[in-house]
Design a protein around this ligand. Structure first.
Ligand code: NDP
Length: 487
């Protein structure tokens, strides 16, 4: 039986109990305590969500783009009005420092809803005269889309997937990661308050099985997943049975290259942002920091001085820079990578183990960690750790560093610091990554396409490009003359 603290499934504009009565706990990563029980969606619930979405989508797609856009912009405003509450929820469920969540989570989700709200009325086709007549094209919604989220940016991911989908006239069934299921439900409530028709945004919480039920469902036209490379492959294989379109936002092991003429303070700041923000649990992180040998010593000195000042602590304390890992399991994985780094001969410059936070002894805290003395073939240099572990690597020439930076099956992001404008663009051109930052790192304005190359993903989120992944293009030929048949 559900009790009043349980968070239920959100289907057709209201909370409903799961058909088979299953629940799971969501924890506060800073304390290990249970926040509440959460309903777990099974196949019957996914079926119910699909039926609801079918009805919701038909009504939604019949509305004009301008009307749909108004709802999305209103939802963006509501997110901003509830910023404090949402930021706290995100920090509580995901362990993210409260110094980050108002802007990086709530603000970026609101920006996204506002951007796509503004674009909704502008979706248009093209016209071209051709021999015998003309054709025009119609970007049509796909129908019912499913979004499956990772746990590191729960609200942002829910917005990045739902805003373009809804703006284009689709319905979305969203499955948040089981570790952070709460904020997507608040988003659903705010969508309703903004006037979104029932069934256009449904939320089904659960584990991989819930995601699999969505991927297998024949009436779902598209899956957009944010998650690990292995999950991406499993989703793509499963989606092949019903030939669904997929957008995959997967993992990375991105390089940041600091050339000898770089502004060192900016480069150090970017390297820290790219490794310690959200305790290093960011897909695009610059976990391989290549520094030109001639400046490496001064770079490291500045980096260590600033890293020593980082405050690991309670995510709800505004002075905290680094919160806990999302779960005890994930913390063990990150600690195991730190040990591996030491075993394989890496030189530990700072950190390297569990962090103790007074009063939060059961929290999943680890120390911001920097390794030097590494080679490209070591495990921590090759594999995604998804924690605050920075690998320092030296280099001598541009050709050498580009070759080493690209020697990975990942291709999500990359960055470089130089004052040489020609080199900046040459290296950006040479990096085999979906996103490149010149003289900055990890900025993701909503206007900018976001997505990886190689095994880091397929498709783009954000910007108008996202519409290509949530619409199908119909071509209509119109004859202006008679049919000239040879029979
Ligand atoms: P996972 O791949 O473990 O999970 C992602 C989501 O997929 C979760 O909701 C999960 O459910 C669900 N899922 C798991 N297995 C299946 C399946 N077989 N079919 C359908 N759904 C499934 O990733 P994490 O949540 O651990 O997130 C961390 C990863 O996400 C990192 O690799 C990171 O790089 C990547 N990421 C990529 C981003 C990008 O934009 N490129 C951004 C953020 C993160 P559940 O967890 O509830 O069991």
């Amino acid at each position: 039986m559900p009790d009043s603290n349980d968070r239920l499934l959100w289907i057709h504009g209201e909370y409903v109990t799961p058909a088979d009565g299953k629940y799971f706990d969501t924890h506060n990563p800073a304390t290990g305590e249970v926040i509440c029980r959460v309903a777990q969606a099974g196949k019957a619930d996914v079926e119910r969500a699909v039926e609801s979405s079918r009805e919701g989508q038909a009504q939604w797609a019949a509305m004009s783009g301008a009307e749909r856009g108004r709802v999305l912009v209103k939802a963006a405003n509501l997110l901003r009005e509830h910023c404090d509450e949402l930021a706290r929820l995100e920090s509580l469920d995901g362990g993210k420092p409260i110094a980050e969540t108002p802007e990086a989570d709530v603000g970026s989700a609101a920006d996204c809803l506002e951007f796509f709200g503004g674009q909704a009325a502008s979706l248009h086709g093209e016209y071209q005269a051709v021999p015998g007549g003309f054709f025009y094209t119609r970007p049509e919604p796909l129908g019912i889309c499913a979004g499956i989220g990772a746990w590191n940016y729960p609200l942002q991911i829910a917005a990045w997937k739902s805003a373009p989908a809804l703006a284009a006239g689709n319905a979305m069934i969203f499955k948040p990661a089981e570790l952070t299921p709460l904020s997507a439900l608040r988003l659903a409530e705010l969508f309703r308050d903004a006037g979104l028709p029932d069934g256009v945004f449904n939320v089904v919480q659960g584990f991989a099985e819930t995601g699999q039920a969505l991927t297998a469902h024949p009436d779902i036209a598209k899956i957009s997943l944010t998650g690990e490379v292995g999950t991406g492959k499993a989703v793509m294989r499963a989606a092949a049975d019903t030939l669904k379109a997929v957008t995959l936002e997967l993992g990375g092991k991105s390089p940041l290259i600091i050339f000898e003429d770089a502004d060192l303070d900016n480069a150090v700041g970017a390297a820290m942002l790219g490794n310690f923000y959200t305790q290093g649990q960011i897909c695009t992180n610059s976990t391989r920091v290549f520094v030109h040998e001639s400046i490496k010593e001064s770079f490291v000195e500045k980096l260590l001085a600033r890293t020593r000042k980082l405050k690991v602590g309670d995510p709800l304390d505004p002075d905290t820079d680094v919160g806990p890992m999302i779960s005890a399991d994930h913390m063990q994985g990150v600690l195991a990578y730190m040990e591996k780094g030491k075993e394989e001969g890496g030189k530990l410059l700072i950190g390297g183990g569990r962090a103790r936070v007074e009063g939060l002894e059961n929290g999943n805290f680890v120390e911001p960690t920097i390794f030097d003395g590494l080679t490209d073939d070591m495990t921590i240099v090759k594999e995604e750790i998804f924690g605050p572990v920075l690998s320092l690597l030296g280099f001598s020439t541009e050709d050498e560093v580009l070759e080493r930076a690209n020697k990975t099956h990942f291709g999500l992001a990359g960055g470089l610091f130089t004052r040489d404008i020609q080199r900046a663009h040459r290296v950006a051109d040479g990096l085999d990554s979906g996103i490149v930052w010149i003289n900055h790192y990890n900025l993701t304005p909503i206007e900018m396409p976001f997505g990886g190359f190689k095994q880091s993903g397929i498709g783009k989120e954000n910007s108008r490009r996202a519409f290509e992944h949530y619409t199908r293009l119909k071509t209509v030929y119109v004859a202006e003359g008679d049919v000239d048949a040879p029979y």
